[in-house]
Design a protein around this ligand. Structure first.
Ligand code: HEM
Length: 195
Protein backbone atom coordinates (compact mmCIF):
# COMPACT_ATOMS: atom_id res chain seq x y z
CA UNK A 1 0.00 0.00 0.00
CA UNK A 2 1.41 3.43 -0.92
CA UNK A 3 1.92 5.74 2.01
CA UNK A 4 -0.76 8.40 1.39
CA UNK A 5 -1.14 10.98 4.12
CA UNK A 6 -4.56 12.25 4.98
CA UNK A 7 -5.49 15.64 3.49
CA UNK A 8 -4.92 18.70 5.63
CA UNK A 9 -6.91 21.86 5.22
CA UNK A 10 -4.86 25.10 5.23
CA UNK A 11 -5.83 28.73 5.70
CA UNK A 12 -5.37 29.38 1.98
CA UNK A 13 -8.49 29.75 -0.09
CA UNK A 14 -9.15 29.46 -3.80
CA UNK A 15 -12.02 30.53 -6.05
CA UNK A 16 -14.40 28.02 -7.60
CA UNK A 17 -14.67 28.02 -11.46
CA UNK A 18 -16.92 30.66 -12.99
CA UNK A 19 -19.58 29.96 -15.65
CA UNK A 20 -17.97 31.86 -18.56
CA UNK A 21 -18.43 35.30 -17.08
CA UNK A 22 -22.21 35.04 -16.72
CA UNK A 23 -23.76 35.04 -13.25
CA UNK A 24 -20.39 34.52 -11.64
CA UNK A 25 -20.69 32.90 -8.27
CA UNK A 26 -17.46 33.15 -6.36
CA UNK A 27 -17.27 30.84 -3.42
CA UNK A 28 -14.35 30.62 -1.09
CA UNK A 29 -13.42 27.01 -0.67
CA UNK A 30 -10.65 25.70 1.56
CA UNK A 31 -7.56 24.58 -0.31
CA UNK A 32 -6.78 20.99 0.58
CA UNK A 33 -3.22 19.76 0.60
CA UNK A 34 -2.32 16.11 -0.10
CA UNK A 35 1.06 14.52 0.55
CA UNK A 36 1.30 12.02 -2.30
CA UNK A 37 3.88 9.27 -2.80
CA UNK A 38 6.79 10.44 -5.07
CA UNK A 39 5.69 8.21 -7.99
CA UNK A 40 2.26 9.86 -8.10
CA UNK A 41 3.76 13.31 -7.52
CA UNK A 42 5.91 12.79 -10.64
CA UNK A 43 2.84 11.81 -12.64
CA UNK A 44 1.05 15.00 -11.54
CA UNK A 45 4.13 17.04 -12.35
CA UNK A 46 4.26 15.65 -15.90
CA UNK A 47 0.54 16.38 -16.32
CA UNK A 48 1.02 19.95 -15.13
CA UNK A 49 3.94 20.37 -17.55
CA UNK A 50 1.86 18.95 -20.39
CA UNK A 51 -0.92 21.39 -19.57
CA UNK A 52 1.55 24.32 -19.39
CA UNK A 53 2.99 23.33 -22.80
CA UNK A 54 -0.54 23.06 -24.20
CA UNK A 55 0.01 19.34 -24.97
CA UNK A 56 -3.36 18.82 -23.35
CA UNK A 57 -6.09 21.39 -23.13
CA UNK A 58 -9.23 21.18 -21.13
CA UNK A 59 -12.34 23.21 -21.30
CA UNK A 60 -14.12 23.92 -18.02
CA UNK A 61 -17.42 22.56 -19.35
CA UNK A 62 -15.77 19.24 -20.10
CA UNK A 63 -16.56 16.73 -17.40
CA UNK A 64 -14.87 13.71 -18.98
CA UNK A 65 -12.09 12.76 -19.11
CA UNK A 66 -10.97 14.51 -15.94
CA UNK A 67 -7.69 16.40 -16.12
CA UNK A 68 -5.73 13.70 -14.32
CA UNK A 69 -7.88 10.72 -15.27
CA UNK A 70 -6.25 7.44 -16.40
CA UNK A 71 -7.36 8.14 -19.99
CA UNK A 72 -5.29 11.35 -20.09
CA UNK A 73 -2.32 9.75 -18.35
CA UNK A 74 -2.47 6.77 -20.72
CA UNK A 75 -2.59 8.92 -23.84
CA UNK A 76 0.35 11.03 -22.62
CA UNK A 77 2.43 7.91 -22.01
CA UNK A 78 1.48 6.27 -25.32
CA UNK A 79 3.67 6.75 -28.40
CA UNK A 80 0.69 8.04 -30.37
CA UNK A 81 -2.84 9.06 -29.36
CA UNK A 82 -4.33 6.16 -31.28
CA UNK A 83 -2.36 3.42 -29.58
CA UNK A 84 -2.74 1.47 -26.37
CA UNK A 85 0.66 0.35 -25.08
CA UNK A 86 2.36 -0.96 -28.19
CA UNK A 87 -0.89 -1.98 -29.87
CA UNK A 88 -2.71 0.20 -32.40
CA UNK A 89 -6.29 0.96 -31.43
CA UNK A 90 -8.70 -0.25 -34.08
CA UNK A 91 -10.97 2.31 -35.69
CA UNK A 92 -14.27 0.66 -36.52
CA UNK A 93 -16.18 1.66 -39.64
CA UNK A 94 -19.12 4.04 -39.12
CA UNK A 95 -22.27 2.30 -37.86
CA UNK A 96 -20.26 -0.57 -36.35
CA UNK A 97 -20.63 0.23 -32.66
CA UNK A 98 -21.77 -2.29 -30.04
CA UNK A 99 -25.27 -0.81 -30.31
CA UNK A 100 -25.26 -1.17 -34.09
CA UNK A 101 -24.30 -4.82 -33.63
CA UNK A 102 -27.22 -5.38 -31.25
CA UNK A 103 -29.58 -4.10 -33.93
CA UNK A 104 -27.85 -5.84 -36.82
CA UNK A 105 -27.80 -9.30 -35.27
CA UNK A 106 -31.55 -9.26 -34.65
CA UNK A 107 -32.39 -7.99 -38.10
CA UNK A 108 -30.22 -10.40 -40.09
CA UNK A 109 -29.72 -14.13 -40.31
CA UNK A 110 -26.29 -14.18 -38.68
CA UNK A 111 -26.30 -17.94 -38.01
CA UNK A 112 -26.27 -18.67 -41.76
CA UNK A 113 -27.21 -22.33 -41.28
CA UNK A 114 -30.27 -24.38 -42.12
CA UNK A 115 -32.64 -23.70 -39.17
CA UNK A 116 -33.86 -27.30 -39.19
CA UNK A 117 -30.36 -28.55 -38.28
CA UNK A 118 -29.97 -26.18 -35.33
CA UNK A 119 -28.22 -26.81 -32.94
CA UNK A 120 -25.40 -28.52 -34.81
CA UNK A 121 -22.98 -31.01 -33.26
CA UNK A 122 -19.61 -29.98 -34.65
CA UNK A 123 -16.29 -31.81 -34.49
CA UNK A 124 -12.90 -30.05 -34.51
CA UNK A 125 -12.40 -31.38 -38.04
CA UNK A 126 -15.64 -29.79 -39.26
CA UNK A 127 -14.86 -26.55 -37.43
CA UNK A 128 -11.49 -26.29 -39.15
CA UNK A 129 -13.21 -26.09 -42.57
CA UNK A 130 -14.86 -22.76 -41.78
CA UNK A 131 -12.02 -20.29 -42.02
CA UNK A 132 -13.17 -17.86 -44.68
CA UNK A 133 -14.32 -14.41 -43.44
CA UNK A 134 -17.67 -15.07 -45.11
CA UNK A 135 -17.91 -18.48 -43.45
CA UNK A 136 -16.06 -17.98 -40.19
CA UNK A 137 -16.74 -20.31 -37.29
CA UNK A 138 -15.02 -20.34 -33.91
CA UNK A 139 -15.36 -22.42 -30.75
CA UNK A 140 -15.71 -20.53 -27.50
CA UNK A 141 -16.46 -22.20 -24.19
CA UNK A 142 -17.55 -25.45 -25.87
CA UNK A 143 -20.00 -23.67 -28.19
CA UNK A 144 -19.61 -22.89 -31.88
CA UNK A 145 -20.40 -19.46 -33.25
CA UNK A 146 -20.59 -18.24 -36.81
CA UNK A 147 -18.84 -14.89 -36.36
CA UNK A 148 -18.76 -13.86 -40.05
CA UNK A 149 -21.23 -11.03 -39.44
CA UNK A 150 -19.54 -9.95 -36.21
CA UNK A 151 -16.03 -9.55 -37.68
CA UNK A 152 -16.48 -5.90 -38.71
CA UNK A 153 -18.01 -5.05 -35.33
CA UNK A 154 -15.19 -6.52 -33.23
CA UNK A 155 -13.52 -3.69 -31.24
CA UNK A 156 -10.17 -5.50 -31.52
CA UNK A 157 -10.44 -5.58 -35.32
CA UNK A 158 -11.07 -8.17 -38.02
CA UNK A 159 -7.47 -9.30 -38.57
CA UNK A 160 -6.83 -10.58 -35.08
CA UNK A 161 -10.12 -12.47 -35.12
CA UNK A 162 -9.78 -14.21 -38.50
CA UNK A 163 -6.49 -15.73 -37.33
CA UNK A 164 -8.64 -17.90 -35.08
CA UNK A 165 -11.20 -18.82 -37.71
CA UNK A 166 -11.92 -22.54 -37.59
CA UNK A 167 -10.28 -22.87 -34.18
CA UNK A 168 -11.07 -22.96 -30.49
CA UNK A 169 -10.28 -19.40 -29.36
CA UNK A 170 -11.37 -19.80 -25.72
CA UNK A 171 -7.95 -19.36 -24.13
CA UNK A 172 -6.85 -16.40 -26.29
CA UNK A 173 -10.26 -14.80 -25.74
CA UNK A 174 -9.80 -15.11 -21.97
CA UNK A 175 -6.28 -13.74 -22.26
CA UNK A 176 -7.45 -10.55 -24.00
CA UNK A 177 -10.76 -9.87 -22.32
CA UNK A 178 -12.20 -12.37 -19.90
CA UNK A 179 -14.71 -9.71 -18.77
CA UNK A 180 -16.42 -9.68 -22.18
CA UNK A 181 -19.77 -11.52 -22.14
CA UNK A 182 -19.42 -13.39 -25.44
CA UNK A 183 -22.53 -15.49 -24.83
CA UNK A 184 -24.62 -12.35 -24.83
CA UNK A 185 -22.83 -10.54 -27.67
CA UNK A 186 -22.84 -13.62 -29.90
CA UNK A 187 -26.19 -15.11 -28.83
CA UNK A 188 -27.61 -14.87 -32.35
CA UNK A 189 -24.40 -16.34 -33.84
CA UNK A 190 -24.62 -19.54 -31.79
CA UNK A 191 -24.94 -22.50 -34.15
CA UNK A 192 -24.11 -25.57 -32.05
CA UNK A 193 -21.81 -27.48 -29.76
CA UNK A 194 -18.24 -28.66 -30.11
CA UNK A 195 -18.28 -32.46 -29.76
C1 HEM B 1 -15.13 -14.27 -30.98
C2 HEM B 1 -15.51 -13.65 -29.94
C3 HEM B 1 -15.04 -12.30 -29.51
C4 HEM B 1 -15.84 -11.32 -29.05
C5 HEM B 1 -17.35 -11.40 -28.89
C6 HEM B 1 -15.01 -10.20 -28.73
C7 HEM B 1 -15.44 -9.01 -28.22
C8 HEM B 1 -14.66 -7.95 -27.88
C9 HEM B 1 -15.12 -6.78 -27.20
C10 HEM B 1 -16.54 -6.51 -26.74
C11 HEM B 1 -14.05 -5.98 -27.04
C12 HEM B 1 -14.02 -4.62 -26.32
C13 HEM B 1 -13.56 -4.93 -24.92
C14 HEM B 1 -13.48 -3.73 -24.04
O1 HEM B 1 -13.46 -2.61 -24.53
O2 HEM B 1 -13.39 -3.95 -22.81
C15 HEM B 1 -12.92 -6.61 -27.65
C16 HEM B 1 -11.66 -6.09 -27.72
C17 HEM B 1 -10.58 -6.76 -28.16
N1 HEM B 1 -10.54 -8.05 -28.62
FE1 HEM B 1 -12.10 -9.28 -28.81
N2 HEM B 1 -13.70 -10.52 -29.00
C18 HEM B 1 -13.68 -11.80 -29.46
C19 HEM B 1 -12.56 -12.53 -29.81
C20 HEM B 1 -11.28 -12.06 -29.75
C21 HEM B 1 -10.11 -12.84 -30.04
C22 HEM B 1 -10.12 -14.30 -30.42
C23 HEM B 1 -9.06 -11.99 -29.90
C24 HEM B 1 -7.61 -12.25 -30.03
C25 HEM B 1 -7.09 -13.15 -30.71
C26 HEM B 1 -9.56 -10.69 -29.54
C27 HEM B 1 -8.80 -9.57 -29.35
C28 HEM B 1 -9.25 -8.36 -28.93
C29 HEM B 1 -8.41 -7.22 -28.68
C30 HEM B 1 -6.93 -7.12 -28.92
C31 HEM B 1 -9.25 -6.23 -28.20
C32 HEM B 1 -8.79 -4.89 -27.68
C33 HEM B 1 -9.23 -3.71 -28.36
C34 HEM B 1 -8.71 -2.46 -27.65
O3 HEM B 1 -8.34 -2.48 -26.47
O4 HEM B 1 -8.70 -1.49 -28.32
N3 HEM B 1 -10.91 -10.77 -29.45
N4 HEM B 1 -13.31 -7.84 -28.15
Amino acid sequence: MPDIKLPTSTDQTTESPSDNGKNIIKKKVPKIHFDLPPQIQNQHQSLNNARANKQITRNDNMLFPGFDSPQVIRSLNSPSPSSVGNREKVRLAPHHSALDWEKFKHENNVKMIDPSSFPLRITKGELSKHTHPKDCWVALGGKIYNISSYLDFHPGGVNILVKFAGKDCTSIFMKYHRWVNFERILDECFIGFLV
